[in-house]
Design a protein around this ligand. Structure first.
Ligand code: FE
Length: 230
């Protein structure tokens, strides 16, 4: 079986959020899709280890914030590579709570959906939550970010709990560049000197060694010392 065929599937990039009483949480998900239009019903696939999973099971509601191509790696890393078990992801975040109470991310978001869970399916590592859309709105005309864009342009990785995660051993890392690439040992982000990290002010063509010491991984936020040469 050629598992890479699965990489050819198209997805978007979303922040799926829910709540438990006063506690709010959200996470990056690419597996969000519409099932029916009358009534509007969507499905999301959420890893059972994630706090958002626990919150959706309890509250029976979730929201989906649709990210624009302008969403930077910090926002994606904030929701995608850190656990809400360790800190409140919505502190210092621009958000609002909609009719279901689930938070809606108001940064780099082109629109949102609010859903009530009408069914769920246990699929081993993940649960497929089926939600009836009870509210939705468009917030901007910006282009939605696709999963392919995230991988190609942003150099993004899938966290180990993502449905689309494939271990590093199954990938061949192309390495013929003169300047060395460095990998974040925490989240797997690869710093490519040719691309730099423009979101954090690192110009394309900057070797890893020349990056200021206070620079942090654009995805998970750890310091340079957590990077290894590849
Ligand atoms: Fe990282």
């Amino acid at each position: 079986m050629n598992q890479k065929t699965l990489w050819k599937l198209s997805y978007g990039m979303y922040v799926v959020c829910s709540l438990d009483g006063e506690k709010l949480n959200g996470q990056i998900a690419n597996t969000v899709f519409q099932i029916t239009s009358e009534p509007p019903i969507i499905a999301v696939s959420i890893n059972k280890q994630n706090l958002t999973h626990e919150f959706i099971e309890k509250s029976k509601v979730f929201s989906v914030s649709l990210l624009s191509v302008d969403a930077d790696m910090k926002l994606i890393g904030h929701f995608g590579f850190k656990s809400g078990k360790d800190f409140n992801k919505f502190e210092d975040m621009n958000y609002k709570q909609g009719s279901t109470g689930a938070p809606l991310v108001m940064e780099n978001t082109i629109g949102y959906l609010e859903c009530e869970v009408i069914d769920s399916l246990d699929v081993g590592t993940h649960t497929l939550f089926i939600g009836k859309v009870v509210d939705a709105d468009i917030l901007s005309d910006a282009e939605p970010m696709t999963y392919a864009y995230y991988h190609k342009i942003k150099g993004g990785k899938a966290p180990k709990t993502a449905p689309t995660y494939i271990s590093e051993e199954t990938k061949n890392i192309h390495q013929e560049d003169k300047m060395k690439k460095y990998r974040c040992t925490v989240c797997g982000y690869i710093y490519d000197p040719e691309k730099g990290d423009p979101d954090s002010g690192i110009e394309p063509g900057t070797p890893f060694e020349k990056i200021p010491d206070d620079w942090v991984c654009p995805i998970c936020g750890v310091s340079k010392t957590n990077f290894e040469e590849i």
